[in-house]
Ligand binder design. Structure first.
Ligand code: PLP
Ligand code: ZN
Length: 388
């Protein structure tokens, strides 16, 4: 089953035992990353034989943290398609434009991947009560997986979150707390109550395993492109787990000899109403500063304080990537364009990747024949209707 070996701190490099319930690095309070016995995996896991397994996230179970398969809580997450966008590509002058459609996941967003991994592993380690601060989709996913596993979820969400996120949490019977403020305010309230209640807090990057579920997107797209990664990946960046997860997946795959050293240029797309990563990147900084008065219709990008800032910036610099902020009006236009040209009703966060792509094409940062991949991280059906 899992080849999980230990945890390593993303900041100070300290090693910690994997088979314990742990959140941040006890030495420096930075995110921990899961490490696997990749030599053993290189010897024993045949990347091409994996295609014989069911096409879900657990196809890559040796590289996921759950040791005993009985603890896997699944709703069929993972294995969602990468689709070529011919019409939109032609319109933008790109011959190889693709989208990975994570909106087809359970609960309608890619948050299912991270929460399936984190909930399964935490239950294996004895957790029965979870708490999460969320812009909306992660809360919906936690509520669903907790219900499926018969455990308790407490979900802290900004009061102005999309009605569908409120409804999907309420439907499961989870404890929903609407918070006056943004996701970081929800995070403060959740952390305080978690301490009192003894609940396990699965905030973004504050436990090691959500990123493990998200990294599977990196494995899947490598397999899709016959183990040669795209030239450019544009990711809608809030807390950044997908970006961090995919980069980790690439390193693991190279260590196992599944892919070569070539990496995509990684691009963080944000809204100009909340763009701490874009700002820090263009100022050449190694950490992000809190964003004042964060405001964007793309709720998943409204993350003013990011614990993963240091990791994300390292990836953007190392990959020769960049970071692009786009306005909400351009996000809405891109959302409509994806629906009209490709029949895909995507989330606003995902639409930001296409708006960012337009900027990069205009700036000639992308060559017309490069293979470019954008992400649909959530279904457009989950959003409130906007009368614009
Ligand atoms: C649909 C959607 N896309 C993107 C994001 C941002 O994801 P991450 O926090 O991994 O950067 C979110 C987060 O809430 C989301 O719900
Ligand atoms: Zn540390």
């Amino acid at each position: 089953m899992s080849y999980l070996s230990h945890l390593i701190c993303s900041h100070c490099g300290q090693i910690h035992a994997a088979d314990q319930l742990i959140r941040l690095c006890p030495d420096c309070d930075h995110p921990l990353l899961a490490c696997y016995d990749l030599d053993k995996a290189a010897r024993e896991v045949d990347r091409d034989a994996l295609a014989q397994r069911p096409a879900d996230m657990w196809r890559y179970r040796e590289l996921l943290p759950v040791r005993d398969p009985r603890y896997i809580v699944t709703l069929g997450e993972g294995g969602k398609p990468t689709l070529k966008m011919e019409q939109l590509g032609r319109e933008m002058g790109l011959s190889q434009l693709y989208i990975k459609d994570e909106g087809q996941n359970p609960t309608g967003s890619f948050k299912a991947l991270g929460l399936a991994a984190a909930v399964s592993r935490a239950i294996e380690l004895g957790v029965t009560e979870f708490v999460i601060p969320t812009a909306g989709n992660a809360g919906g996913a936690l509520a669903a997986y907790a219900a499926r596993a018969g455990v308790t979820a407490h979900v802290y969400m900004p009061g102005d979150a999309p009605l569908i996120n409120i409804t999907e949490v309420q439907m499961t019977g989870a404890d929903l707390r609407l918070v006056n403020g943004l996701i970081n305010d929800a995070g403060r309230a959740a952390a305080a109550d978690a301490q009192v209640g003894g609940w396990f807090d699965v905030s973004t990057l504050k436990e090691p395993y959500r990123v493990e579920g998200k990294k599977i997107m990196g494995y899947e797209l490598a397999a899709t492109f016959n183990w040669e990664l795209p030239d450019v990946i544009i990711y809608p960046t809030g807390g950044g787990t997908g970006l961090i997860g995919m980069w980790k997946a690439f390193a693991e795959m190279e260590a196992m000899g599944w892919i070569g050293p070539k990496r995509p240029r990684m691009v963080a797309a944000q809204s100009d109403g909340c763009a701490p990563v874009v700002k820090a990147f263009h100022e050449g900084k190694t950490v992000t500063d809190p964003w004042e008065n964060a405001s964007t219709l793309a709720g998943g990008l409204r993350v003013p304080v990011t614990i993963g800032g240091e990791q994300m910036l390292r990836i953007l610099y190392e990959s020769g990537g960049t970071a692009v902020a786009v306005s909400d009006s351009r996000i809405l236009t891109a959302q409509q364009k994806l629906a009209m040209r490709e029949g895909m009703f995507v989330s606003l966060e995902a639409a930001a990747t296409v708006a960012a792509l337009e900027t990069l094409v205009t700036d000639r940062w992308i060559h017309p024949d490069e293979r470019v991949l954008v992400f649909n991280t959530g279904s457009g059906l989950k959003y409130r209707l906007l009368l614009t």
